[in-house]
Design a protein around this ligand. Sequence first.
Ligand code: UDP
Length: 323
Amino acid sequence: MSVLITGGAGFIGSHLVDHLLAETDHQVVVLDDFSTGSASNLAHLDTDRLETVDGDVRNGSLVADLVADADAVYHLAAAVGVKTIVENPLESMRTNLEGTENVLEAAASDVTPTFIASSSEVYGKSEAVPFAEEDDRVYGSTTSPRWGYATAKAADEFLALGFHNERDLPVVVGRYFNIVGPRQTGQYGMVIPTFVEQALAGDDLTVYGDGTQTRSFTHVEDAVSITHDLLTTSDAHDDVFNVGAPGPTSINDLAKRVIELTGSDSDITHIPFEEAYDEDFEEPDEREPDVSKLRDVLGQSPTADLDWILRDVIDERTDEVID
Ligand code: UDP
């Protein structure tokens, strides 16, 4: 069996490659344009079961050729990170919309089971935590670029479900909640690698806003294992699932824990959102997944264990983790 992973050189994608190579005997083909992904994420793998194709998911004929040879598709390629979205809104929208449509169109011709990566961003600034999959979405104005990402991901979900309903494509959507782990870079604004790098350098940890906002951090190994299970469980098809660990942490508490675990002398500095991003920026206050549906269908959900995540991220950058 051959599996195509778009975005397979990215942070989550490369862990999915690891997982499939370890847990199955599949051939794995990665399509990545190496914009935010990196060859170094796959450099530890020396196997003829892995093939890497350098290309853009917006290239419809390339996507069609690769999907035609695949027995299952995981579509993870996307413009990622709030910073990327805010700085390159047009490019991000187009990648996230056209790429998904290309993948689904190609998969529909051969009825190839497909996983579509979505995001907890689709809940927008809803305050109805924990978020269940059927809950309302609450977005701000189109003049605030952040909501372009949520809108594109929601459109991807509509496309996926539309391809199921009208073209009989077996498809499942996973909404990732703040997935973290080794290989994630702080370059695109993600908070945990940023804080760990700041703490290890002895720099101030930059908490945006008053730091009371919460996020539910999920270890990437849990996320990719659930991703695989969702696509291989037919009861999960034609549906949308939260992929996240219940158990939110405030960004202030996160910063303190990073300082404790690294044994750093760093201080914490609070930076207003409008300085960190731009003045139109809006921030979801709380974000936590309701995992009932995931548990009903798969009998499991990701583990809420912030220290596991932090130790792995710190370990990757240093051998010295303080207990
Ligand atoms: N954040 C922060 N300092 C940073 C980067 C992010 O305080 O250097 C905050 C950010 O404002 C948000 C949370 O950490 O409240 C998670 O940010 P991230 O970009 O990792 O994910 P998001 O949930 O915004 O998609």
